[in-house]
Design a protein around this ligand. Sequence first.
Ligand code: DAH
Length: 349
Amino acid sequence: MENDLQAIVSQAEASQATISNRSDWDQAKAVILGPKGSLTQASKLIGKLPREEKPAFGQALNQAKKQVEALFANSLSRIEEQADLIALGKPYDPTLPAVPNRSASLHPLSATRRKVVAIFRKLGFTVTEATEAETEWFCFDALNTPEDHPARDEQDTLFFSPDSKWANVSKKAKEAHLLRTHTSSVQIRTMLREKPPLRVIAPGRCFRRDTVDATHSANFHQLEGLCVDRGVTLLDLKGVLDHFLKEMFGTKVQTRLRPSFFPFTEPSFEVDLKAPNLGKLSDKWIEIMGCGLVDPEVLKLVNLDPDEWSGFAFGVGIERITMILHGIDDIRHFYQNDQRFLSQFSGSL
Ligand code: DAH
């Protein structure tokens, strides 16, 4: 009987050489371990043996079963490894290109903001921030903007409704709450908090009741600048902005101040630039930002004596800089999170 078991193990060993795929393996295994397999049949004999022979046969049976199962486990892992190699495509080609590296990068607007901030920090400006939900006083009144100015119209500005919890915070009707239309409100918050001399920049989100199109967005980003000191002149403003625009758009950039009007600066200017490296825009004067000397009325409103202190201020759109710099023709690209657009700017600044 034990000899029969030995023969079955030898049969299993011999069958291994014929196994080269999963169906060979299934077949060879069934011949020995299947319901009609030789080892299964042999194990049934135990019932017919005399009692005293049963333990020895049982032991031999277990031993044979272990050996056979080990043989089939080995051959299964061998054919599975082979199948994997075939699936991977043999032979291995070391000249294939690597899997593309999809590492993350900054959004183009973040990259622009960081670059602008870095330029002004080198000039001694510190970064400050303020709330996006603002009172009408900080956004308009304190910036010398009269009651009938179009920016204060409900058509232009996102006011909180009179029954919102924001509206209840303020007592006077004059302090209606709104989403700030520009970062200029940070000028007032800064001058009320800190004594001059001061030099700050304030990057942040702004909101207007604009219908979204290629050049307008109801939510966009600005960067405000403010410098207040003794004897600040237009020359300081021009020098700082020229330096900033050269750093941003290249040393060949030309700039000009064009007289304009803002309620909180006097005199006020639009800054135009022209640069040879701006593709289709190279031969045009392009409006880039607003600026001016802080209006003495604004200084008085924050309890600064205009005979002692003077200052300059400027405001620039982060989207605008980025669009000019990269020749982007539609502001909506910035907010759609399309990888095909965004991936073009990785490491661009
Ligand atoms: N707040 C202005 C706007 O949103 C931009 C601006 C103009 C800011 C002149 C200034 C400035 O600080 O001096 O259009």
